[in-house]
Design a protein around this ligand. Structure first.
Ligand code: ADP
Ligand code: MG
Ligand code: MG
Length: 209
């Protein structure tokens, strides 16, 4: 069970991890984009961090919705509205709930991916964040259905996301700025897939305490 306090903890840790990886994600974006992915993620999550104190005691839906609004309003790049829509769609699943059980978590993850797809019209294999998120969701769901707990399921999810990041190195970008490079995008890992991996790893690290 993830309580609303634990959810706030996860989000706070996500903000720290985005700050720690600001240069790394920006360097990845320098190779196939416009050198701002780390800057965008840090900017968005810094705005989120400022909102966290006011969210204490609020339900999980309100928390996720507030994260969504901060990301959408503060980030100029593609990733802000994409991650923002992911958080916004997932908020709907846990509206009014003070805790997220395993089944809710599967639904939250599913809605998040639907949000990214709806907003960005990308699919698996287009060299985007979805190449980390979709395989992570699949193993997460399978793990929960097997009766494993969220610590184990989130461990497996971040592992699958890592493999997804590796997979992006070998494929051509078909969406976003990297797609302008065509074949020249091959050989570089996708920045957004990398931030998705880091966010999922943060969920695992926070739950595993
Ligand atoms: P921008 O490209 O506007 O500068 P960022 O650099 O912050 O925005 O984010 C780039 C990342 O966004 C990419 O690495 C990719 O993972 C993701 N992305 C871009 N377009 C899409 C899309 N249509 N669907 C899903 N993810 C996308
Ligand atoms: Mg960029
Ligand atoms: Mg940009």
């Amino acid at each position: 069970m993830i309580t609303s306090d634990m959810l706030l903890n996860i989000i706070e840790n996500m903000a720290h991890v985005m700050k720690e990886n600001k240069e790394y994600l920006t360097e990845l974006d320098a190779k196939i984009g416009d050198s701002d992915h780390g800057i965008n993620m840090d900017k968005g999550f810094s705005a989120v961090l400022e909102k966290l104190p006011s969210l204490k005691g609020q339900d999980c839906g309100t928390i996720l919705k507030t994260v969504a609004m901060s990301l959408i309003s503060k980030v100029g790049g593609a990733s802000g509205p994409l991650y923002g829509t992911a958080f916004l769609k997932s908020a709907g699943v846990v509206q009014g709930k003070m805790e997220i059980n395993s089944q809710d978590a599967v639904a939250v993850f599913d809605e998040a991916i639907k949000g990214v797809k709806m907003r960005g019209k990308a699919e698996k294999g287009d060299k985007t964040m979805l190449d980390a998120l979709i395989p992570a969701y699949e193993v997460f769901k399978e793990s929960i259905e097997k009766g494993e707990d969220m610590v184990k399921a989130s461990f497996k999810a971040q592992e699958a996301a890592y493999d997804g990041v590796e997979y992006t190195k070998g494929i051509i970008a078909r969406k976003g700025r990297a797609s302008y490079l065509g074949e020249r995008s091959i050989g570089h890992q996708d920045p957004g897939a990398t931030s998705s991996y880091l966010l999922l790893k943060t969920i695992w690290n926070t739950l595993d305490k």
